[in-house]
Ligand binder design. Sequence first.
Ligand SMILES: Nc1nc2c(c(=O)[nH]1)N[C@H]1C(S)=C(S)[C@@H](COP(=O)(O)O)O[C@H]1N2
Ligand SMILES: [Mo]
Length: 252
Amino acid sequence: MKKKYHITRRKAIVAGLTSLGGILLTGCVKKSPPTYGNLLRMGDALTYAAHRALLPGQSLVKEYQQSDISAFPATGTTNPGDPARRGDHEVAYSEAYARLHSGSFNDWRLQVEGRVARPGAYSLADLKGFSARTQITRHTCEEGWNAIAEWTGVPLRTVLNSAGIMTTARYVNFYAYDGYMESIDMLDAFHPQTILAYGMNGQDLPVPHGAPVRLRVETQIGYKSVKYLQRIVVTDEFVDTGDTGWAWYTGI
Ligand SMILES: Nc1nc2c(c(=O)[nH]1)N[C@H]1C(S)=C(S)[C@@H](COP(=O)(O)O)O[C@H]1N2
Ligand SMILES: [Mo]
């Protein structure tokens, strides 16, 4: 699904640490995640507590008009509960997802756990109970296509704050019903346009696009926008998703 990305990371990391220098990074060298060459992301090694001062200053990605909304292909998994996937060892068939789908996702719950004071399970109604954000943005897939849609959902930071995110948190990991997993750092997690989306173009999020809830990370390439969300784990450990071969950080 994802291709190889060749770069000598170690040199970039060392150069990044040297140029940022600084007291803040002292002692973090061994724990630094591979940032795949993006020197500005050296803050990845910092905790939520250390990031908090930077968070309000983040700039927004471009938002579009209704008239810019385009056709939008569904790629990767388009239904984890598709019976045709059963028995195929190449893809993960999810009976749990099939059941939730047939129950109109009434029994769907989003687990939020890890470095939070109040781990919990959020229903669709719970998520819709928070103030919503709607944004029209461009999705860019690493395979070379892009498309514009309107997304509605709850900012991830609202949910993380509600769960009582701990100051030691460094990453948020997202697990999906099709076995897909991705992680983001605190800057992206608290970005105002990073949302848990349950609506697309004014409708409920359709199954091919990740129903009932998907992540939208507008600051990054499409594969960070995890569909079919099942579980969110706040962590202080970097989990390398590089088994797929794509870079962990690919900002746009
Ligand atoms: N659970 C899950 N999330 C996923 C994928 C996937 O296969 N499974 N594909 C990713 C990729 S590479 C892209 S480009 C987008 C595609 O979203 P779309 O199907 O709504 O176009 O979802 C991302 N999130
Ligand atoms: Mo993609």
